[in-house]
Design a protein around this ligand. Structure first.
Ligand SMILES: *Cc1c(COP(=O)(O)O)cnc(C)c1O
Length: 377
């Protein structure tokens, strides 16, 4: 693993090169099982559009209580596929949080629609349902809650709000593998949900995504979009793309599904350890897990006053402990310069949040070093 940066694929800070971290923010778990599964695919000669992808899809659908799952090349095109399958395009508005990875919003632009940013709750970083309600117009065609750190947003209220507004609800469940809201899987509440498998997530296929849905028609259209709009060999019904996931990635995805429960158990234990240690200092805002949700801790994000955050960040750098701001708000990025947005909570959080390592390879001593470094600054 040395020298490999699992975060490089989601874009790194362009800051001066730092020494290699001693404690990484994310550490994908792969082993001999993945090696063997990929070798088997190579030996089989079926490298795309085959049985591994169907297995992987079925496992993701079952795990998240959805009728269908459609594997896609990555999470960003999978978001676009959900919007296209629902007929969303120019003139339509899609409500998204700004406190998210950029592609929740850029995927809306990719299909020619307009992202409308809504604010989040200060303690959970999840979409503020009342603020979403205020931003609904006659053009609103979809609401896209992001399950921050994998913890599901308030899907009950969002589904009701979507129904009232005549808008679809699409879950950006990119970080939410195995998460549940009121006992039912993330990705089964809205019209569809997207899970990403890029290497920062709890489980990975290198790149990749799966969309879950209970809507037969949406599933059918996403399968067409993924494969050149093709309903039969060289019969192209609609404008399609090549958004397929390869058999190599799907085989790896099945192995990762076998690991998911162990990974979630380890991450929850690490998060509990960090929370218990950091609770010593009441000035540190700890992650809040709502009682009706199963939180997968893809991220462990704390809140600090801005000056304190700067001190903690410097101390973490000195200790070669990797940290990040998840996420610099989308509405402040140059690509969204023209979208004026009044998002007081998001703006407040932007200068306060900091995500700490919580991955499954951390020892108790390493977790304590992270906690000690934060507490001492
Ligand atoms: C990772 C992520 C994405 C993008 O997924 P990719 O597979 O990298 O394209 C979208 N939204 C959120 C919230 C993410 O964390």
């Amino acid at each position: 693993m040395s020298g490999y940066d699992p975060l490089a694929s989601v874009g790194g800070a362009a800051a001066a090169p730092r020494p290699e971290p001693r404690i990484r923010l994310a550490a994908p778990i792969t082993g001999q099982e993945e090696v063997d599964a990929v070798a088997e695919v190579l030996a089989s000669g079926i490298l795309t559009n085959g049985p591994r992808t169907r297995d992987f899809e079925q496992r993701m659908a079952e795990r998240h209580d959805a009728a269908h799952a459609v594997a896609m090349a990555n999470g960003t095109v999978a978001l676009a596929a959900m919007y296209l399958a629902a007929g969303i395009g120019p003139g339509d508005e899609v409500i998204v949080p700004s406190l998210t990875f950029i592609s929740t919003a850029t995927s809306v632009l990719h299909v020619g629609a307009t992202p409308v940013f809504a604010d989040v709750e200060e303690d959970t970083y999840l979409l503020d349902v009342d603020d979403v309600a205020r931003r609904i117009t006659s053009r609103t065609k979809a609401i896209v809650p992001v399950h921050y750190a994998g913890q599901p947003a308030d899907m009950d209220r969002l589904v009701d709000l979507g129904a009232e507004a005549g808008a679809r609800v699409f879950e950006d469940a990119a970080q939410a593998h195995g998460a549940r809201f009121r006992g039912r899987g993330a990705g089964s509440w809205g019209d569809a949900g997207m899970f990403s498998f890029t290497p920062t997530k709890n489980i990975t296929t290198g790149e990749g995504a799966v969309v879950t849905t209970n809507d037969d028609e949406l599933a059918h259209r996403m399968r067409l979009l993924r494969n050149h709009g093709m309903s039969a060999q060289y019969v192209h019904d609609v404008l399609g793309y090549n958004w397929r996931l390869s058999e190599l990635q799907s085989a790896m995805g099945c192995c990762q599904m076998d690991r998911l429960d162990d990974i979630l158990t380890a991450k929850r234990a690490n998060a509990a350890h960090l929370s218990a240690r950091l609770a010593e200092d009441p000035a540190i805002g700890l992650p809040v897990a709502a009682p009706d949700r199963e939180h997968p801790y893809m991220l462990f994000t704390i809140r600090l006053e801005p000056e304190r955050r700067a001190r903690v960040a410097a101390a973490l750098d000195d200790a070669r402990i990797e940290w990040r701001t998840y996420f610099p708000p989308a509405h402040l990025q140059p690509v969204f310069e023209s979208e004026r947005a009044d998002l007081p909570v998001t703006d407040h959080l932007a200068t306060r949040i900091l995500s700490l390592p919580v991955h499954t390879r951390l020892s108790t001593a390493e977790l304590d070093l992270v906690a000690d470094t934060v507490l001492a600054s």
